[in-house]
Design a protein around this ligand. Structure first.
Ligand SMILES: Cc1cc2nc3c(=O)[nH]c(=O)nc-3n(C[C@H](O)[C@H](O)[C@H](O)COP(=O)(O)O)c2cc1C
Length: 198
């Protein structure tokens, strides 16, 4: 059991260690994160998505670029994501700029998706009004017929966003509310590390 967050010159590596710990202890979706974006009126909105990669391009999730979040990101590419791992008493917050992953990267991930999820991505006009549940079910049937006997191609509006981290904050639950917080801010070379009051 951690009682303080270890010093690190590599917050991405530290994040990977914490995600691995969460994969071992969380009962479900340890890769779930809340993504906050900001709409044209300057008002924030949040939703959960699944982290699919932490790589050279940043923290990657996949979605419909025509969704509400997609439209907000098109207007303002800055976002904040937050993980909470209840079993570990840990939180990680990351802030930075989003960019779209390459079509090749999206294709590679798309190919790993179950066929039902691929059909759903075509059938759902994510975030737009749906008059009745039956309409969605009919659209699923139409897509199944359209792609019968063939691989389902990736819809052009189904892509990944990568958040390039500028700030990463680690938070650890400690008894008596004396929680530990370590914030890393990206510099031109490496990261500046600072401890915060809880
Ligand atoms: C645990 C969890 C994981 C989710 N993962 C995703 C995801 O990876 N991609 C996605 O588009 N929506 C995901 N959703 C649904 C989103 O929270 C949201 O309803 C949807 O993306 C539409 O958001 P928007 O209207 O803000 O664009 C997930 C929901 C939950 C509860």
């Amino acid at each position: 059991m951690l009682t303080t967050i270890p010093d690190s010159a590599d917050p991405i590596g530290l994040f990977r260690d914490w995600l691995k710990d969460a994969e071992a202890s969380e009962p479900d979706v340890p890769n779930a994160m809340c993504v906050a974006t900001v709409g044209a009126q300057g008002k924030p909105s949040t939703r959960m998505v699944l982290l699919k990669d932490v790589g050279a391009t940043g923290f990657v999730f996949y979605t419909n670029t025509e969704s509400r979040k997609g439209q907000e990101i098109a207007h303002n590419p800055f976002a904040s994501i937050c993980f909470h791992w209840k079993t570990l008493g840990r939180q990680v917050r990351v802030e930075g700029r989003l960019s779209l992953v390459s079509a090749a990267e999206a294709d590679a991930y798309w190919a790993t998706r179950p066929r039902g999820s691929q059909i759903a991505a075509w059938a759902s006009d994510q975030s737009r009004p749906l008059d009745a549940r039956a309409t969605l079910e009919n659209r699923v049937k139409d897509c199944e017929a359209r792609f019968a006997g063939a691989p389902v191609p990736r819809p052009p509006h189904w892509l990944g966003y990568a958040l390039d981290p500028e700030v990463i904050e680690f938070w650890l639950n400690v008894a008596s509310r004396l929680h530990d917080r370590l914030v890393f801010t990206r510099q031109s070379r490496g990261w500046r590390q600072e401890r915060l009051y809880p």
